[in-house]
Write a protein that binds this ligand. Structure first.
Ligand code: GLU
Ligand code: ASP
Length: 497
């Protein structure tokens, strides 16, 4: 898109009307708020739905398989951002892509709301994987479109949007979790569908008045010929996948384990291919090559971070259910409520961190240093979970404050890493590939969860000390290494901070 198009878009968006920010931010904030409400509400009960016995309304899967499915599902949800980025950039623009994404997500939750067993679970996952891939990267990228490049409100606009994400994630477990666990899982999932319906309606009703032309442009449209080629390739590819999948299921060759394993491999192959293509592209300059090399350790660090952070809704969720005293201080706690702790701490502490970075000004740590703090705190969040098992063994239920402490620590790390991660990706990716930076950043999470899918099955109360110790320890070691080489990486970033 050239700069006159960019100006036209910015001019079409009412520049005030939402806490001193462009009115479009209102629409984007609440669309993403409700989308995250539906996603995190669903995830707060999904693990329990999968492994609770049938008599308790669950599917009765074993706990290890359920954990592995949670991880691979999370991985696919972020991997499909690649599709969402492509559809928006080359076919229909971000705004329409967000709309179709929202529709698919809502359908996905509706399917889960029906009491229809394992098949419905997989169908729902298919809808939500594609839907989130279409919606999430694009709704964030429209945030960038409603400000001019020089607008000083831009960064704080992204921070407000980030609060929307976490506010949705905060209330979802309390509502969907409570209804899902106390009454009925399917009723819980139907509330997730209602949430997405509200977000989608709000988007459709308000976007004309608030977003102007933002999201309506197709940045790099396919020509007629390219379209024909792309569609026939996609058609053939999809047909092959369906045929192979069907043949695999019929012959019994395609088991859940094999499917999960394949996606785990993709989680490594896709980012590696991205790096090779960007590095070798003739459009990439020497300075950009150096920045790209600097980005590799940051990518790995972000992967390690998300691997731990995302286990909050898998391993720590199982811990909340099986290892924690749920009658506490006279209240009967629901295990799903613990999922509100991460976003709660984010909402409370994000402004503190924003203030801290501003106060430190030019003395604030460089991006590689912030990433290393992210790893140290993530590692600590797992190491503290060794203490209760070490002190009292793994038989007696643990005081819930241990989980509170663990979520608190991971959030300190998250606030060092996550808000700067996307901006670092934007600045370090070669300019010919900027359209893909959002997908590239989401790949840090997708790859992390692809690997998690293999790791989480090793957790059992009996292996707890080793499990938390090994993963937490690895994160701390990587954090220390990153800290030691941070000045070198910073140098290779060639002027990017
Ligand atoms: N919790 C974040 C969100 O839902 C994670 C996204 C990421 O991997 O950056 O937006
Ligand atoms: N902190 C996560 C994110 O930024 C939300 C969560 O894990 O609940 O959206």
């Amino acid at each position: 898109m050239d700069s006159s198009d960019k100006d036209k878009i910015v001019q079409s968006v009412p520049q005030t009307g939402f806490f001193g920010h462009p009115r479009g931010l209102f629409t984007l904030f609440f669309t993403e708020f409700w989308e995250r409400f539906s996603y995190y509400g669903m995830r707060a009960i999904l693990l329990y739905y999968m492994y609770y016995e049938v008599t308790r309304g669950g599917l009765g899967l074993d706990q290890e398989t359920a954990a592995s499915i949670m991880a691979i599902y999370g991985s696919l949800v972020y991997m499909s951002g690649i599709i969402g980025g492509w559809v928006a950039d080359r076919l229909i623009g971000t705004s329409k892509t967000v709309f179709y994404g929202g529709v698919l997500i809502m359908l996905g939750h509706i399917v889960l709301a029906l009491p229809a067993g394992v098949m419905a679970l997989f169908i729902s996952m298919g809808f939500i994987v594609i839907g989130t891939g279409l919606l999430k990267p694009n709704v964030s990228s429209i945030v960038g479109d409603v400000y001019s490049d020089e607008d000083p409100r831009r960064d704080s606009g992204f921070s407000i949007f980030y609060m929307g994400i976490n506010a949705g994630a905060l209330i979802a477990p309390l509502i969907v979790g409570t209804v899902g666990q106390q009454y009925n899982f399917h009723l819980g999932f139907s509330l997730a569908a209602v949430g997405m319906f509200l977000g989608l309606s709000l988007f459709v009703v308000t976007k004309r008045k608030t977003l102007g032309l933002a999201g309506t442009y197709v940045v790099n449209p396919l020509t007629g010929e390219e379209k024909r080629k792309a569609f026939s390739r996609i058609g053939i590819g999809a047909l092959l996948v369906v045929l192979l999948g069907a043949a695999g299921i019929v012959t019994g060759l395609l088991t859940i384990e094999r499917f999960v394993f394949t996606v785990s491999i993709l989680g490594i192959v896709i980012p590696a291919a991205y790096f090779v293509v960007m590095y070798r592209s003739p459009k990439t300059s020497d300075v950009e090559r150096s920045r790209l090399l600097a980005y590799i350790p940051l990518f790995i660090a972000a992967m390690m971070f998300w691997a731990i952070q995302e286990q909050g809704s898998i391993i720590l969720a199982r811990y909340a259910d099986k290892r924690t005293q749920l009658s506490f201080a006279g209240i009967e706690l629901q295990s799903s409520w613990f999922q509100s702790l991460n976003p709660l701490f984010i909402v409370v502490l994000a402004p503190v961190f924003a203030w801290l970075w501003v106060k430190l000004g030019s003395r604030q740590p460089t991006t590689p240093k912030k990433f290393s703090f992210g790893l140290l705190f993530a590692g600590l969040s797992f190491l503290v979970m060794i203490v209760p098992a070490y002190m009292n063994g793994t038989e007696s239920p643990v005081n819930p404050m241990w989980l509170v402490l663990s979520f608190f620590l991971v959030v300190i790390g998250e606030l060092c890493l996550s808000p700067v991660g996307l901006s670092a990706t934007t600045k370090l990716a070669p300019s010919a590939f900027t359209a893909q930076t959002m997908s590239l950043w989401f790949l840090t999470n997708a790859s992390a969860q692809a690997i998690n899918a293999q790791i989480v099955r090793f957790y059992k109360p009996e292996t707890e000390i080793l499990y938390f110790g090994a993963i937490g320890g690895l994160s701390i070691i990587l954090g220390l290494i990153l800290y030691l080489i941070s000045s070198k990486i910073h140098g290779m970033m060639k002027g990017v901070n």
